[in-house]
Design a protein around this ligand. Structure first.
Ligand code: NAP
Length: 438
């Protein structure tokens, strides 16, 4: 009797889109082996290093991913980067199918004068820094001034604003990196500005997150009543109208807060288009032009400056080419046709559709790509990991498997302060040491 052939699949990236794809493949009923390659020794991608440290409930999805990683047909191969120890061609020749799930890691560039001044940071780097991502542990942003300015009206901008406004006590109950907790505790920031280039009804904040801003212990949310009193446009779908109306209600409640309240002020500005970042040796202010839609147009200056000691641009992300594969127009994702790049090569998550949607959106990507792979890629005699072992050894790879991760995880949890979920290791060498990776 001949053995049933096993479909050999490599997933590149151990974030939500990679785990949802792996889970869908093992649930498909087709006998398969799914190997998840990850360049860091730690899994979970944006759950660990993107989701804000004070949003622990959102992070609890990692418990499900942990179960997937321990499924007998799934292996976690951490601390191996495709393009470093082994190439994409190596993977493609060893597996029946390769699924790229490595996300969209770079900030969209802010193409205005002064954007490269010291003191201007992209949100990808700043969020990575406070979340202890090894790539950004050394960022050391200067938080010595009083005024921080965040450009963009998406949920990432709101995460950054919230973290900057949290008190030391609030942050103690999170898994924020030690270096960031210490820097924020001694920071003198009292004025945090969130800048939208369009109006309050166009902000991309989800309402739950916006309402949370109104509950901060040590900061008062503010808005200009003249900017938030307008009506919604007529041509909105009922769902869109409901969502935007809820956000407008929030901004209107912020506009009623006392602008002289003690503590930090988190002020929302609208119709403010960034025109230049000003400063000699480092950022000192940002110049904006007022959009004509601003209700104050005509009665307030068309150009205005806001002093800023630190600027965080949170204007979306863009994709980086993977192993020379072409980008889609606008560089938001890899060029693909409904998740397929080529026969046997697929893409999911932000790298497939651009940086938008919730974590759970990746589940749909995972289900559809699993279905497609099972239909298009019959199991043959692909050797999978066995074909790459000598190459990995020759390259000096120090593989962190899931047992190593479980040791790292246990050490982080054991080291946590009284109310904190974990105390993160923030360099690759510390992660490897904690995991006992040889
Ligand atoms: P986003 O939602 O696309 O928001 C980007 C913001 O940047 C928009 O307000 C956009 O304004 C603005 N922008 C773009 N270019 C600009 C420029 N040149 N100057 C000034 N402003 C500019 O992106 P994101 O905040 O990075 O979030 C990415 C995805 O992750 C979203 O789907 C988000 O919902 C999700 N996420 C969710 C959560 C959560 O649920 N808690 C947390 C974090 C992230 P326009 O609208 O005018 O283009």
């Amino acid at each position: 009797m001949t053995a049933t052939p096993i479909l050999q699949i490599a997933v590149v990236g151990a974030g939500p889109s990679g785990f949802y794809a792996a889970a869908a493949l093992v649930a498909s009923g087709t006998p398969c082996q799914v190997d998840i390659y990850e360049r860091l020794p730690s899994p979970y991608g944006l759950i660990r290093a993107g989701v804000a440290p004070d949003h622990q409930t959102t992070k609890s999805i990692q418990d499900t991913f942990c179960e997937t990683a321990q499924h007998p047909a799934v292996r976690f191969i951490g601390n191996v980067e495709i393009g470093r120890e082994i190439s994409l061609d190596d993977l493609r020749s060893a597996y029946d199918a390769v699924v790229l799930a490595s996300g969209v890691p770079e900030d969209a560039p802010l193409e205005i004068e002064g954007a490269d001044l010291p003191g201007v940071h992209g949100a990808a780097a700043f969020v990575g820094w406070y979340n202890g991502h090894p790539d950004f542990s050394d960022l050391a942003p200067d938080l010595g001034g009083t005024s921080a300015l965040i450009l963009g009206n998406g949920n990432v901008a709101l995460d950054v604003a919230r973290v900057l406004c949290r008190t030391e006590r609030e942050l103690a109950a999170t898994d924020i990196a030690d270096h960031a907790a210490a820097a924020l505790a001694s920071a003198g920031l009292t004025r945090i500005h969130v800048m939208g280039r369009r109006g309050p009804a166009d902000a991309k904040f989800t309402n739950v997150e916006l309402r949370e801003i109104g509950t901060l212990e040590g900061a008062t949310a503010l808005a200009d009543p003249a900017q938030v009193s307008g009506e919604l446009p007529n041509d909105l779908s009922p769902r869109d109208r409901r969502m935007r109306a809820k956000n407008l209600d929030c901004f209107r409640s912020f506009a009623e807060n006392n602008p002289e309240a003690p503590g930090r002020h988190l002020r929302f500005h609208f119709h403010a288009r960034p025109a230049a970042i000003l400063g000699t040796d480092r950022v000192e202010a940002v110049r904006f032009t007022r959009a004509p839609e601003d209700p104050r147009s005509g009665s307030a200056p068309d150009t205005f400056d806001i002093p800023a000691d630190i600027v965080i641009t949170s204007i979306g992300y863009r994709a980086r080419s993977f192993s020379g594969l072409p980008l889609a127009e606008g560089a938001r994702a890899l060029a693909n046709e409904d998740g397929r790049i080529d026969l046997g090569l697929y893409v999911v998550g932000w790298l497939k559709r651009g940086p938008s949607g919730k974590i759970a959106t990746n589940r749909l990507d995972g289900d559809s790509i699993a279905e497609r792979i099972v239909a298009e890629c019959p199991a043959g005699d692909a050797p999978g990991l066995a074909a790459l072992e000598s190459r990995l050894t020759d390259s000096g790879a120090r593989i962190a498997d899931f047992d190593h991760w479980l040791r790292i995880d246990a050490a982080e949890v054991a080291a946590a302060g009284a109310n904190a979920p974990r105390r993160k290791f923030t360099t690759v060498s510390d992660l490897l040491k904690a995991g006992g990776v040889t």
